[in-house]
Write a protein that binds this ligand. Structure first.
Ligand SMILES: NC(=O)c1ccc[n+]([C@@H]2O[C@H](COP(=O)([O-])OP(=O)(O)OC[C@H]3O[C@@H](n4cnc5c(N)ncnc54)[C@H](O)[C@@H]3O)[C@@H](O)[C@H]2O)c1
Length: 311
């Protein structure tokens, strides 16, 4: 199994580290050759600054694309031409049209295309999903997400909705296993071109999700609350702790800490080898992108967006 990482910046270097641990790292590619070269030297693999050279010289089974969002489509398109499996980092593509086109090409070439929605592999999300599916605390009424941190200085091509809120949109759609029928969003910024905080309301048939994201809070916070008819399930994405409060009881289940990126890359490798389905289907990543796009539209126009009409 030979896997390469394209884009070895702040996040891509984590893919490189974990793929090396899994013994499948073959090459790294970054427009900034010095970045690729220093990682290649550390892990004893080949470095490239040209994607074309890497695709022509290496026999690859899969690639991770971890470059800025605005470059995802053009890079993925070239990799798909070679029929090499792709894990494309969130938010998948910058536009819905690009996402649809990649899915079409991946299907035509019969090539694996999945997306980097890493929270799906977080043990707290898995635990919460089982509570919801088993109705352990009754019906879900409301999901609440808070994801807050200082602005990542490197991200210059998208705002917080496409960069950060997408994690919680994807988790909400996954937990509830349905699409919202309406989206309303407000957003704002201190300065610059893109929104730096956002408040999203996703309206589902009999429940709602509220997603708060900001790049202004100095401390890192990534939490969720699932308000059910018979209890509240609170989770921390970072510490991987869950707390369940019902009328006269508080439970803190023991959950084994696991690195989500390791689980994500293991799933990608197993999917390439046809040993497992990819946990994130490209079509699901596209649905998340559609909701993020509706939220952007809503925040720009000040009105709610009905998803049926919008699609
Ligand atoms: N899943 C997650 O939790 C998570 C976390 C952070 C970032 N990300 C995603 O990872 C991607 C990268 O984010 P980042 O924070 O690492 O950004 P970054 O700017 O730190 O790194 C991007 C790297 O890509 C390189 N690059 C740019 N264009 C390229 C091209 N055409 N070919 C090869 N290399 C190119 C840059 O030189 C840079 O080294 C984004 O899509 C982001 O949304 C995902």
């Amino acid at each position: 199994m030979n896997i390469a990482v394209i884009g070895t910046g702040g996040w891509g270097k984590n893919h490189v580290r974990v793929l090396n641990e899994l013994n499948v790292l073959k090459a790294v590619c970054d427009l900034d050759y010095s970045r690729a070269e220093s990682l290649a030297a550390k892990y004893n693999v080949k470095a490239y600054s040209s994607l074309t050279d890497m695709l022509n010289n290496e026999q690859l089974d899969g690639v991770i694309i971890s470059t800025p969002t605005s470059t995802h489509y053009s890079i993925a398109e070239k990799v798909l031409e070679k029929r090499i499996a792709i894990l494309l980092e969130k938010p998948f593509t910058k536009t819905i049209k690009e996402g649809e086109e990649l899915i079409r090409r991946a299907k035509k070439n019969n090539t694996l295309l999945t997306a980097g929605y890493i929270e799906r592999f977080n043990p707290v999300v898995k635990y919460a999903k089982s509570i919801i599916d088993n109705k352990s605390y009754g019906d879900v009424l409301l999901l609440e997400f808070h994801r807050e941190n200082r602005r990542p200085i490197r991200i210059t091509d998208v705002g917080i909705i496409l960069d950060t809120a997408v994690h919680d949109i994807d988790t909400a759609l996954y937990l509830l296993n349905e699409m919202p029928n309406v989206v309303f969003a407000r957003s704002g910024k201190k300065s610059g071109e893109y929104e730096e905080y956002s408040l999203l309301i996703l309206g589902f048939k009999n429940k709602n999700a509220f997603i708060v994201s900001n790049w202004i809070t100095p401390k890192k916070m990534r939490n969720f609350d699932i308000i059910c008819s018979e209890g509240i399930v609170s989770g921390n994405f970072i510490t991987q702790e869950i707390r369940i409060e019902s009328d006269d009881n508080t439970i803190i289940p023991r959950i084994e800490y696991q690195e989500p990126l390791m689980l994500e890359l293991q799933n990608f490798i197993n999917a390439i080898e046809n040993k497992a389905e990819p946990l994130i289907k490209a079509e699901e990543a596209l649905k998340t992108l559609k909701i993020a796009d509706a939220a952007l539209l809503s925040s720009q126009h000040g009105s709610q967006i009905y998803i049926g009409e919008y699609q």
